[in-house]
Write a protein that binds this ligand. Structure first.
Ligand code: ZN
Length: 453
């Protein structure tokens, strides 16, 4: 493949130390130089191309470490081609695939190899894989770690799919002990099954009833137990998709005690609220659930204070029928519907819309959605920043463009999203992967990436 040299010029380049006008020189897919705006000339014989974005912002591509692709096994829910096209269209240039809801799950090296083979030639963005730590596979973790997975996901409560069972305390101890030994990162779905079991379970179309079935205490109890186990085993742990602000003091205390813990949250917890969920609109169902507005404000305060390493999508799509969506003939029962939010393509505009309203800058969004997630998976210096030596994974972003969300206009496989009909601010106009423009209608050139930890 011919790699050209190019300069991308913008009055709003979001660099690690802030936003300013600059020229970014790209050579052989990497960022070679960052120079003063207007200083690198197209007339220079060695420069093949000058792309002047004017006032359109230039951001590093987003790194989304929490995506459920579902292929093979549930490819009708989502697949590598559709998920990575949605990613590219949304300014996400690296995704790390979760070890479930594909069949097989990524709990053995053989399972990983199956996924890697199927993903070949179907990735419009760069793609890595998480492994899974489930009861009985402690002996598989080292092999998966050596094969390049970025860490291991475990559930403390039932995952929703039979082939990926949750860990009881003894399994968790074994998994974290082994991960401490091999130096892997444990990523955890933290809801406590006993608290969930004791909560009221009222079926029906009322979101409030569903919310009562997944109380804040379920998250807080699970996080407390996990942190205690991490403290004893010395494992490095990451709390996935924090929805309840009740876990924040636990995280702060654990950090003060020297536990190696990070946490993430998601666009839907930061931009949606329980108060606005219409009866029967199960596109809003996810676990843990979207909570109320006052909780959302606390999550934003924690984000601003640096308590979350990043914001990632937890893109977990399904077909409309298992969502029990009314417009597809379902009964809109929140308790029985599949729990998962599908909106990989909308994370950046959703967060930017709300972040701007709350007085945050584009550089904050980049810290939360590019730099932070890249650092979580050890990709700092390669991904997630406009910095010399990094891959030229870049996004042209018009921060003032407004658009109404049409579920049928999105690239993910099934036209389901809780943002349907909402007006969002901020539009991705071009995505570059290693210096090349990504065209979702042309052949893909995403690569599979491995953890080098
Ligand atoms: Zn998930």
């Amino acid at each position: 493949m011919q790699q050209s040299t190019a300069v991308i010029r913008s009055r709003r380049v979001v660099l690690p130390d802030g936003e300013r006008p600059a020229d970014v020189l790209i050579r052989d897919g990497r960022i070679e130089q960052i120079a003063a705006h207007g200083s690198l000339l197209a007339g220079d014989a060695q420069l093949a191309e000058l792309i002047d974005l004017g006032n359109t912002a230039l951001l590093p591509g987003l790194v989304d470490t929490h995506v459920h692709v579902n292929e093979p096994g549930r490819t009708e829910w989502e697949g590598f081609a559709t998920a990575t096209r949605a990613a590219a269209a949304g300014g996400v240039t690296t995704i790390i695939d979760m070890p479930l809801n594909s069949i097989p799950p990524t709990t053995t090296v053989a399972g990983l190899e199956i996924k890697r083979k199927i993903a070949e030639g179907q990735a419009w963005v760069d793609l890595g894989f998480w492994g899974g730590a489930v009861p009985g596979n402690t002996g598989d973790l080292e092999g998966l770690h050596r094969a390049g997975v970025f860490g291991f996901k475990s559930f403390l409560a039932p995952s929703g799919v039979d082939e990926f069972p949750h860990v009881e305390q003894a399994d968790l101890e074994a998994a974290l002990t082994e991960q401490a030994r091999i130096g892997a990162l444990a990523i955890i779905h933290a809801e406590d099954p006993a608290v969930l079991d004791a909560a009221p379970h009222t079926p029906g179309v009322h979101y409030r009833d569903f919310l009562a079935s997944r109380p804040d205490d379920a998250e807080a109890a699970a996080v407390a137990r996990l942190l205690d186990t991490a403290r004893r085993t010395g494992a490095r742990v990451h709390i996935l998709h924090v929805s309840s602000a009740a876990v924040l003091p636990l995280l702060a205390q654990a950090r003060a005690d020297g536990v190696q813990v990070t946490a993430e949250t998601c666009p839907h917890y930061l931009t949606l609220a329980a108060e606005e969920v219409p009866d029967g609109d199960t596109a809003f169902k996810c676990c843990p659930p979207i909570r109320d507005e006052s909780n959302r404000d606390l999550l934003w305060a924690a984000l601003a204070a640096g308590e979350f390493i990043g914001i990632v999508s937890d893109h977990s799509p399904s077909t409309p029928d298992v969502k029990l969506l009314k417009e597809y003939g379902g009964n809109g029962d929140f308790l029985a519907a599949w729990g998962g939010i599908a909106s990989l393509q909308l994370g950046l505009p959703a967060i930017w819309t709300e972040a701007r309203r709350r007085g945050h800058a584009l550089s904050d969004v980049v810290r939360w959605m590019s730099e932070g997630p890249a650092s979580l998976v050890g990709l700092t210096g390669t991904k997630g920043a406009i910095a010399v030596g990094c891959d030229a994974d870049l996004v042209a972003f018009d921060p003032d463009a407004e658009f109404a969300v049409d579920p049928h206009g999105l690239h993910h496989r099934n036209p389901v999203t809780p943002y349907a009909g909402k007006t969002l601010t901020g539009s991705v106009t071009t995505t570059w992967l290693r210096g090349r423009v990504v065209d979702v209608h042309a052949a893909p050139f995403g690569r599979q990436i491995l953890s080098n930890r």
